[in-house]
Design a protein around this ligand. Sequence first.
Ligand code: ADP
Ligand code: GN1
Ligand code: MG
Length: 358
Amino acid sequence: MNELAAVAKAFDIPGEFVAATPTGSGHINDSYRVAFTTECKPVNYILQRINHKIFADPAALMDNIQRVTQHLATKLAGQPDANRRSLTVIPTRDGRAFHVDPLGNNWRAYHFIENTRTFDIVESPAQAYEAAKAFGHFQCLLADLPAPRLHDTIPDFHHTPKRFAHLQQAIAADVANRAHLARPEIEFALSRDAFTSVLLDAQLPERVTHNDTKFNNVLLDDRTGEALCVIDLDTVMPGFAPYDVGDMIRTTTSPAAEDEQDLSKVTMQFPMFEALARGYLASAGDFLTAAERSHLVAAGKLITFEQGLRFLSDYLAGDPYYKTHRQHQNLDRCRTQFRLLASIEEQEDAMQRLVDSL
Ligand code: ADP
Ligand code: GN1
Ligand code: MG
């Protein structure tokens, strides 16, 4: 707690530190809701330790985030509740975008957006519609972000053929001696080699994309249910628009947790997909090219597959990347991805027909 108090005090936050509470269920960074009192009133902030093993260049990362949040704020100015619709970075007392603590950890702070919630699992088509509309709007607002090109915070992040090659290396190395525990998943993955370049081959335009459009990365208003604010901006960088839809399909259509062990619960629920497609096209439909639009369903398959590859590679390597809370959790996560991919494959013709009709 003392450590967090010291970190919080490095930021340009008025008043007295009261408490810090862990929040969120992300796999990479550590997030805390931090309370201060100013003139006897409590005010909350978000404090995040940025995983420096994964984000090796925090200055470039925060440069992206500052440019993106300032652009969003400019474009949203004048709208009702404008300051709840985009993240606001709080600088350190010496005017920097992040703080380095004595142990070498990198920290950032945001204004806390009150009376909102995130959900790990979607509860209704209305929520799916809202979230997808918000991510589409996010892409739309950033379409005219002035040059220069954003930094690639993680190079080749959605380069699925490289993710596939990485899995092949992890299988060959088998450093954690786990390959024998994951034979069916390895077979499943290796049989789908041909499909990994489907988006790279599609002549899609490069845009500013979010690249981590998990359903729990959008704040929903407690009172109205509106998707108010897109969060978790570490991977906002150049990408293909369908990537974001793919990750929405992956995280916003199944009623099961990402690490669910009962695979019978994992399924692509068509009404959620329909709401998601309608929500996304309501905000992004006007700028998408025909090639982007026609690859939205393929992206759902691809990103779900890629995520399965990533979890499986991490499992085989002994869990160096994703936080785990129990043994074999990354294998369970991989299994839900592959089950979900199978469910998407069963329904992909109907999904494609729907998109073509919108
Ligand atoms: P992670 O990388 O750990 O997923 P996020 O940036 O998604 O980190 O934040 C984790 C959680 O903290 C979110 O799910 C949300 O509940 C909460 N959160 C993040 N930023 C804010 C904010 N500005 N206002 C209110 N809550 C926030
Ligand atoms: C990680 O931080 P979080 O949990 O939102 C990962 C995403 C994965 C996701 C899987 C930087 O996101 O790419 O899709 O886990 N983020 C990074 O749940 O690798
Ligand atoms: Mg998150």
